[in-house]
Design a binder for this molecule. Structure first.
Ligand code: SAM
Length: 289
């Protein structure tokens, strides 16, 4: 089975900068739409204390904060300081209309959260779990959740092929990339399969898991727009992780492959994603007890 490689360990000559973070904020509507479906079904109660893991620039986090109301609170955590800065500037400045007093942001790693045990009523992880070490992050989320607390995660379903991953592996395995000592798996990760996700949830102390698999599409007007969207979504590890000397060639090669996915709507890719809902076992039912 393909391994999940934490994003921090993935080779990248281009650590995320402010520009890329801003680009993501302007082009994350697909993720936010999926996140809305995720949180709407679970109906996080008013007054809940919520953690949004891998919150990015906070576009979904603010909607969760509005949902829990003034008696609740939401903290967004993200590895990218650039994204956290944008989120703070947008939502934590009392001088702006977008200010939310029940919302805060912290730069940090989902594998090692700076919160006490049993702290949150609910944790959300939208479009991030595939960048993490699944087991390690589920253990950490379990630690910070109160017993009986809820966890909702959205990620693509590993049972289905995702064209951008197939294209990336195929292009990077071509002779001229190999000759430049580029690993075909540079920046590649695998989406978790449903049965694997369920098994790891049981092993790490969750119960009552429900999973919805939803089929959708992502469309951009041309290959360049699609590649820019993917690269920002993958924190610059889709194409900008390829060494400088092959960048122009890589853009050309990737664009040609995405052009083959053109329909009357534009460049179109299928996406099957999983909405995973689960609960931390109550204290008397935890496997480690
Ligand atoms: C595709 S974006 C999703 C952002 C947001 N949840 C949304 O729905 O728009 C993935 C996010 O996960 C963050 N991320 C990746 N690895 C992380 C880690 N180890 N800890 C915390 N955040 C991480 C990235 O910086 C990025 O902002």
């Amino acid at each position: 089975m393909a391994q999940h490689t934490p994003i921090g360990d993935r080779p990248s000559s281009h650590p995320e900068n402010e520009k890329s973070a801003r680009f993501y904020k302007g082009d994350c509507q697909d993720q936010v739409n999926m996140g809305r479906v995720l949180v709407k079904k679970r109906n996080i109660p008013k007054g809940a204390r919520v953690l949004d893991i891998g919150c990015g620039p906070g576009n979904l986090t603010v909607e969760i904060a509005d949902g829990v109301g003034p008696s609740g609170s939401v903290v967004g955590v993200d590895l990218s300081e650039a994204r956290i800065n944008i989120a703070r500037k947008t939502f934590t400045n009392p001088a702006l209309d977008t200010f939310r007093p029940n919302l805060s942001f912290l730069a940090g790693d989902a594998h090692n959260l700076e919160f006490p045990d049993n702290h949150f009523d609910f944790v959300v992880a939208n479009a991030v779990i595939h960048f993490l070490d699944l087991r390690k992050s589920l253990v950490e989320i379990n630690r910070v959740l109160k017993p009986g607390g809820g966890f909702a995660a959205c990620t693509a379903a590993g049972e289905y092929l995702f064209a951008p991953i197939e294209i990336k592996k195929e292009v990077q395995s071509r002779e001229q990339y190999r000759a430049a000592h580029i690993d075909p798996n540079l920046g590649v990760f695998a989406f978790p399969k449903q049965s694997h996700f369920e098994d790891v949830l049981v092993e790490t102390g969750y119960h009552s898991t429900e999973i919805d698999v939803i089929h959708g599409i992502i469309v951009r007007e041309d290959p360049k727009a699609m590649i820019n969207f993917l690269d920002a979504s993958w924190s610059e590890t889709y194409i900008r992780c390829i060494p400088e000397k092959l960048q122009a060639t890589a853009w050309d090669d990737f664009e040609k492959e995405f052009e083959k996915l053109r329909t009357e709507r534009g460049i179109e890719i299928d996406l099957a994603w999983m909405n995973v809902y689960t609960t931390k076992a109550p204290a008397d039912n935890h496997p480690s007890d």
